[in-house]
Unconditional design. Sequence first.
Length: 429
Amino acid sequence: MSLTTIPDTLFVNARLVDPASGLDAPGSLLVSGGRIADHGGSLGQPDGATVIDCGGAVLAPGLVDLRAALGEPGAEYRETIESAAIAAAAGGITTVCALPDTQPALDDPALVQFLLRKGEATGSLSVLPYGAATKGCAGQELSEFGLLKEAGAIAFTDGGKAIANARTMRLALSYARAFGAFVVQHPEEPALAKGGAATEGEQATRMGLPGIPPAAEAMMVMRDIALARLTGGHVHFAHVSTAAALELIRGAKAEGLKVTCDTAPPYFDLNETAIGDFRTYAKLSPPLRREEDRLAVVAALADGTVDAIASDHQPADPDDKRLPFAQASAGGTGLATLLGITLARVHAGDLQLGTALALLTSRPAALLGIEAGRLERGAPADLVLFDLERAWKVEAGKLPGKAQNSPFDGRALEGRVLGTWKAGRRVFG
């Protein structure tokens, strides 16, 4: 359906929340031609417009997810772009950045364009591919940054693998800077983390699991902050999970370095006790941390140290999780639960609603330099409508999309998506 055939839509009786402008007020919003035409306290109804009574629910920009593995190409048995788009729409996500550590890796411009087209074909989700920082995401030879950027790569990363070699990372930061891009690092010193299955400490010892010291994260963050200082490049740390790493990032920002970071819901909603009874759905990378680290992540969300909340969606086949804990695959689904788990911090009083939504919309959009994440006249009508109070329960096996390996299985939440719109067209609800 072309945008010209989509009738105008008038949302009335909504709580309009736009973190970019600070708007949080009752009102109406008009969509025309796939874009936001107007919003305000009371708008007239154009002839032929579809009217949606929001019943006082929150109408906000569609979520912008900085980090997700989509399974395609190479792991379609875990997830496809089509199935991920279904889960994303149910979670209010309208833009997602796809990791490049696929099979084959996204180190070829043709593959980047393939993912862009596949996302567009869903009609409900903009897929922005990351380019592989190194060929094959193997950490050795740099990919062709210029060609990948020209093809549409949003930034560069090796996904769930750290760029371990300091010289390679230095070159990656320098080259990315030359193309106006940044490098996303999985902050974990691989030699220290090798063979580990849980955060090193009392919990891992009691369960007889090989540990990963929390210092493995801080060490990589410290090194790459030094490289950002050396090169003038922009490093972005993914799924930061420890107090020590966050303190280093806070200091780097105060120094004026080009350093940003995101975290993911497991690291502010769960701690290492969630792996008790050897729950492989809660085996993640990085692993769940101690309670003091979880509290430090919450504080960093509130004080602005963290730039975005990403789903960190990592689909796994059931057979990959039905293994002894140390052998099971790491990773959890996150698309359908991204908003609900974030809103739990709002209900707990840790975050204001505007702050929480900024971390899911305007701030990641600004980091990426894309036209999204705002309720602005002329902006794309990518929207989410949700009931802040409506209760629901996360149930693995009943989640939208193909992947069901949720670390939040059984979690009761408040905050349910009622509808999602992409370019003015309703894609969920």
